[in-house]
Write a new protein. Sequence first.
Length: 286
Amino acid sequence: MVTTVELSIAGRDEADAPRLSDLIEQIQDFFAMLNSVAETMTGEATEQFDWKVIGLSKNSPARILVEAVPMPGFDNGLAIAARARDLTTGGLRQLIATGERPPYWNDNVIEAADRFLRRITRGLSETRIGAVESDLPEIAIGTVAAIEALKHVSIVQEADPVHPYRELGSFEGHIQSVGTDGWQRPFIVIRSRVTTQDVKCFLAGNALKALEDEPVANVVWRHRRVTATGILKYRSPARLSQAEVTALDFHDNETLLPQLNDIIDRDFTHGLSSNEYLERVRNGEA
């Protein structure tokens, strides 16, 4: 069994020559989509196949042909690669036509597809995807199709994302913005203090009331520091992207917190040096 992928990437100048960064990133994003689809499809994070380049051509436009290679111990790696390839190209076809999430497309795949399609509306004029041994027709995505697909990507992104990992917990960060989504659900975007990633937080109950009680200027313009508690949703392990927040605790402005001079008691040792005071403590005389 042979599993191949052939990409044809055309730039916008007269010779169809793509920019180096566009060429490399377009290839990377396609295989990021394909590999993520394979991971979701199998439920295994372990790589079961890899890709080797078996053909390169710059014969207007640039073409690259790659072949799947099974990883040691995974005899079905080629079949998985072929299935993931067909689901990826099929998903791109679906996004051109509708705003429904394609099968096995988690948020990581959607994000890579957004970059892949957006590049076709800028530095690239067209990207074609096919396979040497497949009976499926080649898919050609030009600027018009990419624009239409990006509209549908936005619809998918507004819908409930796929989060395979969830937990009840809390995280801390600074509020970046507030708003409502297409279903008028209130949310805030918090930049995590630990990861510096923006997390979209939908608010309910006490969390919504806590936000409503705060002046807008304090919340947004001053990037108030908060701790958000609720259901945390992860796209992948340690990658928090969304939360359903039921409690929102605002932290005091740092300038209002006690300073060092406020908590130092200069009469604590009654005029003794620290060494003298500690010596008396040891001797039970203090």
